[in-house]
Write a protein that binds this ligand. Sequence first.
Ligand code: ADP
Ligand code: NA
Ligand code: NA
Length: 269
Amino acid sequence: MKPFRIILCDMNKTVTELWTDFIQKTATKNPNLVYIYSGSFDSLIQKLKQDNVNKTKRLYSVVSPGNSFGYLGGGFDLALYNYFGGAPFEKWFRKQLNNEYKPVGSITIVDLNKCENKSLNPTRDGMNYIVHCPTMITPNGPIFNPSEPMKTGVEPVFDATWNSLRYAPENTDAMIISGLCTGYAAVPESLSCKSMIFAIRLYLCDGLLSSECKNVLIMHFLGSPYKAYFPKECEKECERVGIDMEKLRTFNALTDSIDSILPPHLIIE
Ligand code: ADP
Ligand code: NA
Ligand code: NA
């Protein structure tokens, strides 16, 4: 699969600054792969439109860090609601989800080309898919619990990012993603951004690490290392690509840097 561009967009400056810190060294090697935009979704669309004048039309997917019922009433979803056409669009969108409960952790790809309502015209600026990625059942309260930062912070954010990238539609040139779980879900920005960037960096070293080796890094990042799932060949591979085994074994996502288990030189060109 040809790598698509990742556009990280958030109007919370803390989020965009943390993304920049966590990805920096990696992204400078290929700045086209990840673009960090500090500002509203609306202003991003305007900027992309200007950048695309006189170029071949690019196609975009956007992740909805939503709820299990597909309502678009708050946070980043509210920006999507307003941009795509308000209540009539929300109704159409929910219908694409079969008006059905979508568990946190599931992904539903909504094809905007299927929208026949000409007055909505959701593909007018090159948007072709919404990747529905519920981060909560309903916005009835935060998902984050400070006494369980791994289970309620690191893990849900990593999973949401991993899933969005993993199930990305094929015919898309770029995927727009906001901070995940950094709004209503109330995961601290530092935890969310680190988990998002770890998932993105794994995506960016596609082909440079075997899936088994990625699995091993993921189980350590998520705080669930398990010796029997760490094959010997994989250990050799880790050493070959410059992963420090001691740092990997003792890795703690709350305190350790991504670089300590994922060498910054591992990135597709
Ligand atoms: P979650 O439920 O996953 O926490 P939210 O939608 O509440 O999702 O928030 C996700 C992120 O979206 C937050 O970091 C927030 O700053 C950002 N955000 C909200 N509205 C906008 C917008 N209009 N443009 C850009 N970013 C936004
Ligand atoms: Na949400
Ligand atoms: Na939201």
